[in-house]
Design a protein around this ligand. Structure first.
Ligand code: ADP
Length: 585
């Protein structure tokens, strides 16, 4: 597989291009044929000119040459077009392969990596970066081939006509090469600034739009806008600076390179006056010299595209190089569906947040995890769902270390209902069906009833057929979570991890959540990360987590007796409820 960093962009690209190797070779062959045909009009015209200068002509001969020139031109256009078609097909195959590789990769990297990546980055790579490759990939092969090959062929023909004029037509090349080198000096570094500024602007835009609600609510417009405006300004400055640094050389090179006649015209005239070259040859050489440089300049314009392709492909390579969760492929045989932590430690980068915790969550029961904010509750939930691996110690499901259970099997075993429940832009019915794609409508409604969301769904304008996107903005955090619970009920996996939504604290909502949790519990290992203690007073076991350690465990009543921290949490919760009721009242 890929090993991004040590691989050059070209190797990575070639890897993706393997399935369309035939098409790419076809594209090159057609482009070469097109370039060869492109020479025919020049040769035909030069033959015609030489004939005319020799006064050795007949209309039929000239008409024949014109026909040949036309056929050559047609050949150039047709072969060129077919070559471009083939290279477009290849480009689309390459883009598809890159996109598939990225999505497959995303399914193999730990979920935690995805959560830790700034939102927008994957979207930018999959959509924008990959899209940027289309144009250069689709056009580079035929156009570069033609634009390099045609001048080379012309030069060969020029040499065959008159080596002195051929040589003098090259006189501007060293000056042009000097300008090109000037343009290319530190090119990668300078162009990298342009690319970085563009990416930074994309990220700032995504953040600004994504956080617009907070920006408006907290009147942060100016500050957040400044970040966005700065990114836009830097994007402009980077481009203008790059343009200024490059453009002088570019214009100079362009003016000098194209001035092939500077040498050809005086030398040619001198040779002609002295009878050393024939009029026909001179005219032909002038025409060829005129046409020599333009394709080369067009080829040079691919410099930017090549740098851009290089950077885009490397970015894709880096993503494909992200460490993966290494899990076996063979299904594990589990004794049961209980969950246990055995001296588990875990750190986010530098900071250790779980310090060797051990506990068991029995099957057919509800284990609640409570504790102050930041104590590590959600981290525990995510370790059960294999979002990350434990640093040391081991998480077991049914007695088996999760590292020995294939990820698809974990996905079957565990339903993780997070706080942040994403609803797709589908009907509510389809959103619930995600839990079990083959579920009937009746099963979906039964699950919704169990999750206590049937009533509010039925009250929506189009009931279960309401698009979540339309209803989405009206659904409360609690309602969204109940839809996610309905999904989990439908999925019917033996382990359910519920990270309770913190959004709603009013007692009415609590009762509904409690009812929906009851819908989940039957016959399952239910683990609830509880932010409202009253929803879990009936739990079979409550773990009190404090600063990454299990401070106490027991039932609600036992803990009220034995754990000071639990007592404090309970007191704070009851006070919070009273305040909520007062506010509501
Ligand atoms: P809780 O659910 O109890 O509020 P968490 O498990 O979310 O606690 O967090 C435990 C600690 O880990 C906190 O200090 C939090 O700031 C930190 N933390 C949580 N998620 C991340 C993350 N993705 N990267 C770095 N630190 C994190």
């Amino acid at each position: 597989m890929m090993t991004g960093k040590e691989n050059s962009a070209m190797t990575i690209l070639m890897d993706f291009a393997k399935p369309c190797k035939g098409k790419l070779i076809g594209s090159v062959v057609l482009a070469v044929l097109g370039a060869l045909c492109g020479m025919i009009p020049y040769i035909a015209v030069s033959r015609g000119i030489i004939m005319i200068c020799h006064e050795d002509y007949a209309f039929s001969k000239l008409a024949f040459l014109a026909l040949i020139a036309f056929a050559g031109y047609l050949g150039q256009v047709w072969f060129g077009t077919f070559s471009t078609m083939k290279s477009h097909e290849s480009a689309f195959i390459i883009l598809r392969n890159i996109r598939v590789a990225i999505t497959e990769k995303l399914s193999r990297v730990p979920m935690g990596t995805i959560l830790d990546t700034p939102s927008g980055k994957f979207k930018t790579i999959i959509v924008d970066t990959v899209e940027k490759l289309e144009l250069p990939l689709a056009h580079m092969v035929p156009e570069l081939t033609a634009n390099i090959l045609i001048p080379v062929l012309m030069l060969v023909y020029l040499f065959s006509l008159d080596w002195r004029l051929a040589l003098i037509s090259l006189v501007t090349i060293p000056v042009g090469a000097f300008c090109y080198m000037g343009m290319m000096k530190d090119y990668e570094k300078r162009y990298a600034r342009v690319l970085a500024a563009g990416k930074n602007m994309d990220a700032a835009t995504v953040e600004y739009i994504g956080g617009i609600e907070v920006v408006k609510t907290f009147n942060q417009g100016e500050r957040s806008y400044k970040k966005y405006a700065d990114a836009v300004a830097e994007n402009e400055t980077a481009k203008v600076t790059w343009f200024k640094q490059t453009n002088g050389y570019y214009v100079m090179g362009l003016s000098i390179l194209t001035a092939t006649l500077v040498g050809v015209l005086p030398l040619g005239s001198w040779l002609f006056i002295n009878g050393r070259v024939e009029a026909g040859t001179l005219i032909t050489c002038i025409i060829l010299a005129l046409g020599l440089v333009k394709p080369l300049i067009q080829a040079l314009q691919y410099t930017d595209s090549l740098a851009m392709v290089d950077s885009a492909v490397k970015e894709v390579g880096d993503l494909l190089d992200e460490p993966e969760l290494v899990r076996p492929t063979e299904r594990a045989v589990l004794a049961d569906a209980d969950v246990s932590f055995d001296r588990v430690t875990f750190r986010y980068k530098e900071t250790e947040v779980l310090h060797g915790i051990s506990f068991d969550c029995a099957k057919n029961g509800m284990t609640a995890i409570v504790g102050p904010s930041g104590s590590g509750k959600s981290t525990i939930a995510r370790l059960i769902a294999s979002f990350w691996e434990a640093e040391s110690g081991c998480v077991r499901i049914g007695g088996v270390d999760v590292r020995n259970i294939p990820l698809p099997q974990i996905m079957e075993l565990v339903s993780y209902v997070s706080q942040d429940n994403f609803l797709f832009h589908l009907s509510i019915r389809e959103n619930i069906r995600i839990g079990k794609p083959e579920a009937t409508d009746a099963e979906i409604e039964a699950a919704a009833k169990k999750a206590s969301c049937h009533d509010f769904i039925a009250a929506l304008p189009e009931g279960y057929d309401t698009l979540a996107g339309d209803a989405g903005s009206h659904l409360s955090g609690g309602e969204r979570q109940r839809i996610a619970i309905a999904r989990a009920i439908l999925k019917n996996s033996p382990i359910v991890v519920l990270d309770e939504a913190t959004a709603f604290t009013d007692p009415e909502n609590e009762a509904v959540i409690q009812a929906s949790i009851a819908g989940l519990v039957a016959g399952k290992t239910l683990i609830v990360i509880a932010h409202r203690l009253s929803t879990i007073t009936k739990a079979d076991k409550i773990l009190v987590v404090e600063k990454g350690n299990v401070a106490a465990e027991g039932t609600h009543e036992e803990l009220l007796e034995a754990s000071d921290l639990y007592k404090e949490l309970w007191k704070a919760h009851m006070q919070g409820r009273d305040t909520a009721e007062e506010v509501a009242g």
